[in-house]
Design a protein around this ligand. Structure first.
Ligand code: C5P
Length: 299
């Protein structure tokens, strides 16, 4: 019997999330600048006689442990392509905030895929793994790849981006999650009757990333879903203000939220801002992390 396999997968923050108009298929065209951050989930695949999922960590009671979990779907898609039964015990050790806009579910799917590929010796090529990731969800390919990348299409068409140095972040975890489809629907409602420009990556932002220039990146950070997330969760404005008052270079909602992200000058500032954010009473927990981080990796 094969030995269990563990894969570590990073969270992401979107340093730019430019959202275009809704497409006929309901998705939105994006210019999505992904940056992997050093907060990780670990997915372990072990031999089993059925498909089973268990999880540990904060808020795992909010994760489905049945076949609707994206990690289970990853195992099923890989098994179906290779004509084998999707029998595996997937254990997810969660450190990425649940339903927080940091691609935790996508990370678990990418991790499960890589772990099952190793456990079952399916020998899938990188291209095949990326195809399965894109089928699973718009953010899943980036969870596999990590680093930094520009995502076009619905976010799944990736071009790697150079990153010239470490960036330091504080993340404020809010109460409860936000549904990504609900945030996109709110974006559609807020932009109704308005011309939504085609999404483009900001050259100044890409230059700041490539140079490792935190001040430049802070000036260029942008999230077109932020207004929609704030409309659904007005109290997040107080969290953003508290982080800025505590000395963050910039503050924004992470992806579709409700986690908020604060870019800070260095690791010492991250600890300070995290402490002040928690003391402000405007969030439930804080996490500090640096970027970039590698993609899904076998332990
Ligand atoms: O691709 P994924 O399953 O993660 O997307 C979840 C939901 O987010 C979609 O059903 C859609 O409502 C919304 N979405 C979107 N445009 C994108 C990505 C996601 O409208 N580019």
């Amino acid at each position: 019997m094969s030995a269990p396999v563990t894969v570590r997968v990073p969270a992401k923050v979107n340093v730019q999330l430019a959202v275009g108009a809704a497409r006929p298929d309901g998705f939105h065209d994006l210019a999505n600048v992904f940056l992997a951050v050093g907060l990780y989930d670990e997915v372990t695949a072990a031999p089993a006689d059925t498909l089973r999922i268990t999880a540990e960590g904060h808020d795992v009671d909010r994760i489905p442990l049945d076949r609707t979990n994206l990690a289970a779907r990853a195992a099923e898609l890989l098994a179906a392509r290779h004509g084998i039964a999707p029998h595996v015990h997937l254990h997810i050790a969660k450190d990425i905030p649940v339903a927080g806009g940091m691609a935790g579910g996508s990370a678990d799917a990418a991790g499960a895929l890589l772990a099952c590929d190793a456990l079952w010796s399916t020998g899938a090529s990188r291209g095949e793994l990326l195809d399965i990731c894109a089928e699973l969800g718009s953010d899943v390919p980036f969870s596999l790849v990590g680093g930094a990348a520009l995502g076009r299409g619905r976010g799944e068409l990736l071009t790697p981006l150079p990153v010239g140095g470490a960036f330091h972040w504080v993340f404020a975890v809010a109460d409860g999650g936000l549904s990504t489809p609900a945030v996109y629907r709110e974006f559609d409602r807020l932009t109704q009757g308005r011309e939504v420009p085609a999404p483009e990556a900001d050259p100044a932002l890409l230059a700041a990333l490539a140079a490792g220039d935190a001040t430049g990146l802070a000036a260029a950070l942008g999230n077109d879903l932020q207004a929609a997330a704030l409309s659904l969760r007005p109290e997040l404005a107080a969290t953003l203000d508290a982080g800025t008052a505590a000395g963050a270079l910039a503050a924004l909602v992470s992806g579709s939220g409700p986690t908020t992200a604060f870019l800070v000058p260095d690791a010492a500032a991250a600890e300070r801002v995290a402490k002040e954010l928690l003391a402000s009473g405007t969030c439930r927990r804080t996490r500090v992390a640096a970027s970039p981080a590698p993609g899904a990796t076998l332990r």
